[in-house]
Design a binder for this molecule. Structure first.
Ligand code: URA
Length: 233
């Protein structure tokens, strides 16, 4: 693998900025100064240092973003700011969002460049648990709990899997799903006569926002990454 690619994959800086690292004699391979970005290295054997700090090879990156309102879940958009703007400084190739939250939805959104895992997690067979907190436009009826447990039928006659609705107060509830259809929560509520006026995703798989403020993200630790990969087994 080319050394400059290794360094840009590590999210240190852009490829053009990395060129300067070489000119400025900041890069060592096995403690030997290297001046050429095109130098081939073996990520499993060679020890790469920049400014005397070892740069570990990471094939994939995983982040949890606390998505704020007003941002679309997309890599690019002509009209609105995108959630990927929070990650633009990292220069990580292939980084994208796992599933979508609507522009006005807040909360947990997984971001990764691990395409295989990302695709699997959004497929229906992954059964990934999602928990949402929602506020609706009129008072909730207790009978809804049973309707959700039996499986809501959407406007296009599609039946949803059984879901757990927990009524918190007159207009607030929590909803636990194991699938992720397009606008699913809003469509489920609409099919029983309610408009969702506020929606937050509290949980995706086992991931939460921890103490993130809107627009902040954290990188997953090794234990969390391993736990996510268990879904693939
Ligand atoms: N369901 C919705 O309706 N919107 C979201 O953003 C997520 C789930």
């Amino acid at each position: 693998m080319r050394l400059d690619r290794y360094l840009s994959n590590a999210g240190l800086a852009s490829r053009s900025e990395i060129k300067h690292f070489f000119k400025d004699k900041r890069v060592l391979v096995n403690d030997q100064l290297v001046r050429q970005g095109k130098t081939q290295i073996d990520p499993n054997k060679d020890i790469i240092k920049v400014d005397n700090e070892v740069i570990k090879y990471k094939p994939f990156y995983y982040f949890v973003l606390n998505k704020p309102k007003g941002y679309v879940s997309a890599n690019e958009d002509d009209k609105y700011p995108t959630i990927m703007e929070f990650f633009s400084d990292l220069n990580i190739k292939g980084l994208t969002h796992v599933g979508r939250l609507d522009k006005d939805t807040t909360g947990v959104l997984l971001i990764t460049n691990d395409g295989k895992l990302g695709h699997f997690l959004i497929s229906p067979k992954s059964n990934v648990k999602k928990i949402y907190s929602l506020t609706v436009d009129k008072d909730l009826d207790d009978s809804l709990v049973k309707s959700f447990k039996e499986g809501i039928i959407l406007e296009n006659k599609e039946r949803c899997r059984p879901a757990k609705l927990t009524i918190i107060n007159k207009r607030k509830a929590m909803l636990e799903l194991t699938e992720g259809k397009y606008h699913q929560v809003k469509r489920m509520m609409r099919s029983v006569g309610y408009e969702v006026i506020d929606l937050n995703r509290d949980l995706f798989a086992f991931l939460t926002i921890k103490n993130l403020k809107p627009g902040e993200y954290y990188e997953l630790n090794e234990e969390e990454i391993n736990k996510l990969n268990e879904y693939l087994r």
